[in-house]
Design a binder for this molecule. Structure first.
Ligand code: SF4
Length: 321
């Protein structure tokens, strides 16, 4: 049986909340609070949930762009939190990220050729003599003119800049890319082009994606599996069709009820959740979702639900299952 490319177990990232002149710690934000999943080779898992649910922190903790507090992150047989700086730098070559805002993530003083080419020379992917040719090839693979290598980021549109960001991410032949809201800032028509480009590159380079997004229509198009997060925890995890056809957790059901359907005859009841997401500094007791859940019972107030596998590969954290 194929081994997972990435194994995440009980990942936690907590931020201290400091106050006063003496900067005393007065609380803790549990941004990621015990996340576990496996990502198989050439698979796309989407992390979804409302703003502030911890999905971006989760993606960045996995890459150790921010240091997690605890948990295992096994990638290529190595536990990333155990690695020293040098070993981490070496393995990072195989793990890349595409950011939401392509403009602020590209150095405005470097040409596109330098932005894409410098990491290739640094990591020994190619020699200085070969780098121009490789940059030109990559630019045409992501749908840009090879001659654009001499231009600067400000000379491109948002969609073109995101293509440059994608070319930079695949330049080192990675196995795994975190797409952190990679299409959220783009127009709908450009979003579709970038999603199709990501799908083509996945096939061509055998990539695995952790796709962080809040637009569920996009998630349905790109994902193999979906993890639904609420206040730092995964509350439901399943393959894409199970999540979209048979959502079980009341939170997933509410999120999906807001997604427009292509067929106007398709009528479904919109589930409006009361209130906002509670503060992660002081999350509700028991099931974190009980303050907004339309199906909440007495025990939900005190007992935190465990994750149960209700069908093979479909896990839900809710007392109803
Ligand atoms: Fe709702 Fe209770 Fe299930 Fe939480 S455990 S989602 S409050 S029914």
């Amino acid at each position: 049986m194929t081994e997972p490319l990435l194994k995440v177990r009980d990942l936690k990232k907590h931020f201290p909340v400091m106050k006063g002149i003496l900067r005393r710690q007065v609380g803790t934000v549990k941004a990621v609070d015990g996340v576990s999943f496996d990502l198989m080779p050439q698979e796309t898992i989407s992390l979804v949930g409302e703003s502030g649910c911890g999905k971006t922190t989760c993606g960045r903790s996995i890459l150790r762009l921010i240091e997690p507090n605890s948990g295992e992150i096994r990638f290529r047989e190595q536990n990333l939190p155990d690695l020293e700086e040098k070993a981490l730098r070496e393995i990072r070559r195989h793990m890349q990220i595409i950011f939401q805002d392509p403009f602020s993530s590209l150095n405005p003083r470097q040409t596109v050729g330098e932005i894409i080419g410098a990491p290739m020379v640094l990591h020994g992917v190619c020699s200085r003599n070969e780098v121009d040719e490789r940059v030109r090839n990559l630019l045409s693979k992501v749908g840009l003119q090879p001659t654009y290598a001499s231009r600067y980021p400000h000379e491109f549109s948002g969609g073109q800049r995101q293509r440059v960001g994608i070319a930079r991410a695949v330049a080192l032949n990675p196995d795994f890319i975190v797409c952190d809201e990679a299409v959220s800032a783009l127009d709908v028509s450009v979003q579709a082009q970038i999603i199709n480009l990501l799908l083509d590159l996945k096939d061509e380079f055998g990539l695995s994606y952790l796709f962080i997004a809040h637009d569920l229509s996009v998630v349905r198009h790109i994902s193999d599996k979906v993890a639904v997060m609420y206040l730092g925890r995964i509350v439901e995890f399943a393959d894409r069709d199970s999540i979209f056809e048979r959502p079980c957790h009341p939170y997933t059901q509410a999120l999906l009820s807001a997604v427009p359907h292509a067929n106007p005859r398709h009528k479904k009841q919109r589930i409006i959740l009361p209130g906002d997401v509670p503060s992660p500094i002081n999350p509700p007791t028991g099931c974190h979702f009980h303050t907004r859940c339309p199906l909440s019972e007495d025990r939900c107030l005190n007992e935190s639900p465990q994750s149960h596998e209700i069908t093979p590969g479909h896990r839900v954290s809710c007392h109803l299952y």
